[in-house]
Design a protein around this ligand. Structure first.
Ligand SMILES: Nc1nc2c(ncn2[C@@H]2O[C@H](COP(=O)(O)OP(=O)(O)OP(=O)(O)O)[C@@H](O)[C@H]2O)c(=O)[nH]1
Ligand SMILES: [Mg+2]
Length: 173
C-alpha cells in the first residue's frame, strides 16, 4: 500500500532495466511528461525520475539502469521491476533470458511484481506470447510473484500510458 506520512505520499521504488537500447529511457521520460513528446537524454550511468500514476497518491520513483553489474547497487528497497525488451530481437532471446533469470533470482528482488515491456512494436510483426513465454522461461521465473506484460511503441503514447496503468495495478492493488 502507498505509505502516507504527515500528508506526504512515500513513492514506490521501481527498477527499470533490460538490454541496452531497448527503449527504457524513452519509456521513463514519456511517463514523466504525460504524453507529450519526450526529450530523451543519453543514459551515461542511470536516470531517476518521479512518476505520477493514473490515480491520486500513486507515486513512483523510477530508476532506469542498463548495466547488469552496476544495477546491483539499486536493488535494495525496490518494490517492483519493469523489464524492457526490444521487440526486434524476439527471435534471439538467450542472453535476455539469462539476464532476466539472474535478476529475478536475486535475493533482494525475490517475489517482487514484474512488468515485462516489449518496446518498439512499430518495428516488428506480431509474435506469439506463448512462444515468448517458452523462450524466456516465464512460467518458472514468474512463479510466486505477480506478473504482467505490455507492448509499447513510441509513435503511440497510449501504449506508454497502458504500461503505467498496468504497473500501478501490480503495485497498488
Ligand atoms: N522506432 C522506435 N524507436 C524507439 C522506440 N522506443 C525507443 N526508440 C529509439 O531507440 C533508441 C534507444 O532508446 P532509449 O530509450 O535510449 O533506450 P535505452 O534502453 O534507454 O538505452 P540505454 O540507456 O543505452 O540502455 C532511441 O533512438 C529511441 O528513439 C519505439 O517504440 N520505436
Ligand atoms: Mg537509457
Amino acid at each position: 500500500m502507498g505509505g502516507v506520512c504527515s500528508g506526504y505520499t512515500v513513492p514506490k521504488k521501481i527498477l527499470l532495466t533490460g538490454p541496452k537500447g531497448s527503449g527504457k529511457t524513452t519509456l521513463l521520460y514519456t511517463w514523466c511528461v504525460g504524453g507529450k513528446d519526450a526529450k530523451v537524454p543519453r543514459t551515461e550511468s542511470f536516470n531517476v525520475e518521479m512518476v505520477h500514476g493514473p490515480r491520486g497518491g500513486q507515486l513512483l520513483l523510477v530508476w532506469d539502469v542498463t548495466d547488469p553489474i552496476r544495477r546491483r547497487q539499486f536493488f535494495h528497497g525496490t518494490e517492483a521491476i519493469v523489464y524492457m525488451i526490444d521487440s526486434r530481437y524476439l527471435s534471439d532471446l538467450d542472453d535476455v533470458r539469462d539476464d532476466l533469470h539472474v535478476l529475478l533470482e536475486d535475493r533482494d528482488l525475490k517475489h517482487l511484481p514484474v512488468l515485462l515491456v516489449l518496446g518498439k512494436k512499430d518495428l516488428t510483426d506480431m509474435f506469439s506470447l506463448d512462444e515468448l513465454g517458452k523462450k524466456l522461461g516465464l512460467l518458472e521465473a514468474m512463479q510466486s510473484r505477480q506478473y504482467d506484460w505490455v507492448s509499447v511503441r513510441k509513435d503511440d503514447n497510449r501504449t506508454y500510458q497502458t504500461a503505467l496503468y498496468k504497473l500501478c495495478e501490480l503495485i497498488f492493488s
